[in-house]
Write a protein that binds this ligand. Structure first.
Ligand code: PCA
Length: 208
C-alpha cells in the first residue's frame, strides 16, 4: 500500500512547524515504513500546487496531510475541505475559489472515527473537527481531493491539524496548549497503521 504523508514548513512567527517536527520524529523513532513517502511542503499556494501535483502523479492509495494549528489542544481530524482561497490569495482573488467551477467542498475519506478511537486508546487527545480554515492546510486538503476526483482516481485523503509541540510553547514563552513531539510522532505512526489496516494494540510495536 502506497501512502503519502506530508507536513508543512514553518510559517508566520513560528520558527518550527509542529507537523514537520512530528513527522521527522516519527521517522527517527519508527523508521520509514514500507510504502510510505514523506514530504515537507512550502506555505505558498503556487509552490505548493507545483510540488503536490508532481507528487500525486506517483499514485497513492492514501494521502494524509498534516499541519500546525496553534491554540488547538488536541489533534484535529478534519472532516471538510472547502473551495476557498482565503489568505492563500489565489491569482489575486482573495476568498475566491481555489479551483474555478469545482465543488464547494469535499469530505475526508479517512476512517475518522477509527482514527480518533485508536488515538484515544493510546491516550492521545484527538477530536473530529469541521473546519480546516481557509489557509494552506485547507488548500492542500481540497486540492488533493479535487485532483483525484477530476481524474476519477480512488484514494483515501485526509487532513490532520496538530497542536503546537511543547518545545515551541516553552521556547516562545507562550501560554498555549501543546503535545510533545514524541506524542505527535506516535500519533502519526498510529494513523499510518490504521490506514494500512494494521491493528494497533498497546503491546504490539507500531509500524513493524
Ligand atoms: N498551518 C497553516 C498553514 C501551514 C500550517 O502548518 C494552516 O492551518 O493552514
Amino acid at each position: 500500500m502506497k501512502i503519502l504523508v506530508t507536513a508543512f514548513e514553518p510559517y508566520d512567527q513560528w520558527s518550527e512547524n509542529s507537523s514537520w517536527e512530528a513527522l521527522s520524529e516519527m521517522l527517527k523513532v519508527y523508521g520509514l515504513p514500507e510504502g510510505l513517502t514523506t514530504r515537507r511542503y512550502p506555505v505558498d499556494l503556487e509552490r505548493l500546487k507545483e510540488r503536490l501535483y508532481k507528487d500525486l502523479e506517483l499514485g497513492f492509495d492514501a494521502v494524509l496531510h498534516l499541519g500546525q494549528s496553534p491554540g488547538s489542544s488536541s489533534i484535529h481530524l478534519e472532516t471538510i475541505a472547502v473551495n476557498i482561497a482565503g489568505v492563500t490569495y489565489n491569482g489575486g482573488q482573495l476568498y475566491g475559489p481555489l479551483v474555478d467551477g469545482a465543488p464547494t467542498a469535499y469530505q475526508s475519506s479517512l476512517p475518522l472515527n477509527q482514527l480518533r478511537d485508536q488515538l484515544h486508546d493510546e491516550r492521545i487527545p484527538a477530536s473530529i473537527t469541521y473546519h480546516a480554515g481557509t489557509y494552506l492546510c485547507n488548500a492542500v486538503f481540497y486540492l488533493t481531493q479535487h485532483w483525484h476526483a477530476a481524474r476519477h482516481r480512488k484514494c483515501q485523503v485526509g487532513f490532520t491539524h496538530f497542536p503546537l509541540i511543547t518545545d515551541q510553547v516553552v521556547d516562545n514563552r507562550r501560554d498555549m496548549p501543546s503535545l510533545t513531539k514524541l506524542e505527535l510522532a506516535k500519533a502519526i505512526a498510529i494513523m499510518v497503521s490504521v490506514l494500512r489496516g494494521q491493528s494497533v494494540s498497546p503491546n504490539a510495536p507500531l509500524l513493524a
